[in-house]
Design a protein around this ligand. Structure first.
Ligand SMILES: [Zn+2]
Length: 326
């Protein structure tokens, strides 16, 4: 082959590669089901949808898909939640949404609380109950705490034809957090204790998944004084971390479920020393009564107010620390 022919061949190959890349990007743009604004240059938004799109319109579309999966939450309630884009996406490119509720000025103990539902997509009530609590909290006469609320961390699991515990990559997100020694302990635990149960696959590496990577970063950014993680169906409370554990929220009583490599309770409570309450609702598909849902919420707020103090923010000027606490 002469150099000239070789150059032409290279040019042709580069051209083909370019066309393939364009096609691939186009396929992504078509496959991306939502247009909630997120800083992601890899998926260009078509100009038409960018001009017609608004956060409320996008939330409405998100709710149209998500709310049919949620017991006792209809689309209107979902839209009223006021959830906003976080910039994070699931594996299947569904946005992960959250709501911030700021403490009132003059709140005595404006703790920062991260509340997460739907880590396991087949625990439908663990997302639905968070929507109910968001409504209760938004309607409360005073805001004592700074809330950061994420009702659906695993939208792909929730939206799967048959909802799944794992995300779209087949990873159990609650075994994928970066607990010390993860690379040895998590795979060994999966093989030996679960006999390679596909519902409990911890992933190939800690934080291999976009959903866990985002929550991990969010814990670093938001610096919660408390993490509340909602699950089902064991009907108990679990607690990890440096604070007196709650004894009872509603009918749920404390009963330590155990410590798992890669779990959020293990990561937050034992490794990061942030108190983590795990609420295990008694049923993954049937909601607790409205009365019981309210009691769990009220009891939790009381326990927080009595037992938790805001953690100091080191190495910050006082006014910066005050800003961060808002
Ligand atoms: Zn769970």
């Amino acid at each position: 082959m002469t150099p000239g022919v070789l150059n032409r061949w290279h040019g042709l190959a580069a051209g083909l590669l370019g066309v393939l890349l364009l096609l691939q990007q186009g396929a992504h743009a078509v496959a991306a089901p939502f247009s909630l604004a997120a800083p992601n240059a890899a998926v260009p938004r078509p100009a038409s949808s960018a001009s017609s799109s608004s956060p409320r319109h996008d939330l409405s579309r998100w709710c149209e898909r998500v709310s049919p999966r949620l017991p006792r939450i209809d689309r209107k309630q979902c839209v009223r939640s006021g959830l906003a884009p976080t910039g994070a996406w699931s594996v299947r490119r569904v946005p992960i949404l959250s709501r911030r509720i700021a403490a009132d000025k003059g709140a005595r103990n404006p703790l920062r609380i991260l509340l997460v539902g739907g880590i396991h997509g087949d625990e439908l009530t663990s997302s639905a109950v968070v929507f109910e609590w968001m409504q209760m909290q938004a309607a409360a006469p005073r805001q004592e705490f700074n809330w950061h609320i994420v009702p659906v961390l695993n939208p792909d699991g929730l939206l799967a034809r048959k909802p799944t515990r794992v995300n779209a990559s087949g990873v159990d997100l609650n075994r994928n957090f970066a607990t010390p020694g993860w690379h040895k302990e998590a795979p060994a635990w999966w093989v030996q204790k679960t006999r390679r149960d596909p519902r409990r696959f911890p992933g190939r590496a800690a934080l291999s998944e976009p959903e866990t990577r985002w929550l991990h970063q969010e814990i670093e950014r938001f610096r919660p004084d408390l993490v509340v993680s909602v699950h089902a169906p064991f009907g108990v409370l679990d607690f990890d971390g440096p604070a007196p554990p709650p004894e009872r929220f509603g009918n749920l009583r404390i009963d330590r479920v155990g410590v798992y490599p890669g779990s959020l309770g293990n990561y937050g409570g034992l490794h990061k020393k942030i108190p983590v309450v795990t609420i295990e609702l008694p049923n993954a598909r049937a909601m607790p009564s409205a009365h019981e849902s309210r009691r769990i919420w009220d009891d939790m707020q009381r326990w927080i107010a009595i037992n938790l103090a805001a953690r100091p923010l080191p190495a910050l000027a006082t006014d910066e620390a005050v800003q961060l606490r808002r």
